[in-house]
Design a protein around this ligand. Structure first.
Ligand SMILES: [Zn+2]
Length: 218
């Protein structure tokens, strides 16, 4: 019996990972984090998706992250823009903390497989989305708890177009498209169309649908 835990935000990427996990593991749980994100609705959508897929959903309070870091995802008064090194949406330590919590919680529920939707081909190049970081974190988790966790990153080397393809291959293209929240302005599905997250998502979808239609661009 292979049990897995998915780090789950209710966005396109982690929902695709949840579908991937359901295909590859016998028992799957979803873990979301309340870190004081701008859009609390994110957690509601995450719960709805998990319910729909009949996956147990757990929410962990890590709101101290919003207290000790200032960024555009946790502060209304910080604009979403290119920062000095990374966009202002980068949250220091976020994926690091999430993976640590997933390991601690995973051990309690006997889930040694941890799935995260981080991706190093993403536009922003966040340091804790890189493959080298995840591999290092996997080693650290195993050393810290004397366990054999395996962190899976099915999206690591995919671009947005390929992530849509994966959702489609898993039979969930429309499900992911209409139920997930990626938009920085908190609009579900195709979103506001204006923010960087929406633009990236829409471009990938357009490219994928065009490819699927045999190169015909709408
Ligand atoms: Zn948007």
């Amino acid at each position: 019996m292979k049990k897995a835990i998915v780090v789950f935000s209710g966005g396109q990427d982690s929902t695709t990972c949840l579908l991937w996990a359901l295909k590859n593991f016998d028992d799957v749980a979803a873990l979301s984090f309340d870190y004081g994100q701008r859009h609390k609705k994110e957690l509601d959508y995450a719960k709805q998706i998990a319910d729909e897929l009949d996956v147990p959903h757990h929410v962990m309070d890590v709101s101290m992250l919003g207290q000790i870091t200032a960024n555009a995802l946790t502060r209304d008064d910080i604009e979403i823009e290119e920062g000095e090194k990374y966009p202002t949406t980068f949250v220091d330590g976020r994926n690091h903390l999430f993976l640590l919590m997933a390991g601690i919680f995973g051990k309690q529920i006997d889930a040694k497989h941890i799935i995260t939707g981080v991706c190093e081909t993403d536009f922003s190049g966040y340091p804790d989305c890189r493959d080298s970081f995840v591999k290092s974190m996997n080693v650290t988790l195993n050393l810290s708890m004397d366990e054999n966790f395996v962190i899976h990153t099915p999206l690591m080397f995919l671009d947005k177009k390929e992530t849509w393809k994966l959702a489609d291959d898993l039979g969930g293209l429309d499900f992911v498209r209409y139920n997930t929240l990626t938009c920085y302005n908190g609009i579900v599905g195709d979103g506001c169309g204006e923010c960087p997250a929406c633009k990236l998502r829409a471009r990938g979808l357009r490219e994928y649908l065009a490819e699927k239609d045999g190169g015909h661009v709408e």
